[in-house]
Design a protein around this ligand. Sequence first.
Ligand SMILES: O=C(O)CCC(=O)C(=O)O
Ligand SMILES: [Fe+2]
Length: 347
Amino acid sequence: MDLLSNTSAPLASVPAEYVFPPEKRASLLGDLSSDDVSLPLIDLHSGALSDEILRRQVATEIVKAGKEFGFFQVVNHGVGEDVVRAFREAATKFFEMPPEDKLTYWSDDQSKPFRIASKTPWDRNKNRYWRDYLKLICYPIDEELVQHWPSKPEAFRSSLADYSVALHELSQNLLELIAEGLGLDRGFFGGDLSRGNTQMNVNYYPPCPDPSLTMGLLPHCDRNLLTVLSQGDVAGLQVRHNGRWLLVNPLPGVFVVNFGHQIEIVTNGALASVEHRVFTNSAKARLSLATLVHPTMDCLVGPAPVMVSEENPTKFREFVFSEFYKTFDAAAGNREDVLESFKIHRG
Ligand SMILES: O=C(O)CCC(=O)C(=O)O
Ligand SMILES: [Fe+2]
């Protein structure tokens, strides 16, 4: 069982398989500092979004930020602080359990509804990410699903269930606001486009003896529709912006939201999916929770006719989502390689 979190004492040096070639490392040179520019922070006014004027304002802000960055942050989002804290604590405890307690769940089989792993399908090129992760289905919840979740640590199942329900509500609200901001029906993303199993990546990046050699995650876009991330209070996430890397400064109590490939395709490029990556640090373990809203596997995805015009002709072909899902793995998550077979090329 090949997990970074299994070593009881911090490693003194970086094992060779984790050393990335220099051109792939997260050298901070040339990066945008958060003093230059930062991701817009949008106030969702909790329940107050029944006020139509306020609602329209927020929807417009979201789409403006989304068009500029592909990412934005939300506060006053209605998810209780205690709900976030409880699951973050349970997840941290899970990684800290002795190896024998994690062994039952250790698997590289992607079809499992709950597993812990460290390798990914795309690090066969030998450079391994400085990360362990849980990959799990978190919504919709039923008895059978809960049985797949670990019974230890004690609060894991209940805190995950609370977090999943709250995040489901938040992501549906966000999808409605995004649709409205684009001038579409509120329920535009509400059908099969967002009704697949919601997955979660619980990413655990242990302190690294030499962060200049390693990466937590290489640049990628997310394969799903919408991602809502709790990154906690340790920095690590960077977003590509105007050809440079923008640090997403951790802010207490916020969620970072980004568009997956499917939003880009359905909106025919109006809302682009933007590359992001994660760097490592030597001081503190970093835990991030990425909640990934997905289409159903048999959902037919393609640019919505209302998003296509003479000035913006169809950019992508139609496909069944399961095809995209597999292509993403085969292309190792690299944005251009993933999109290649879905783009319409015009001469
Ligand atoms: O750890 C992070 O901040 C980002 C995680 C991420 O990009 C992902 O799980 O797809
Ligand atoms: Fe991601």
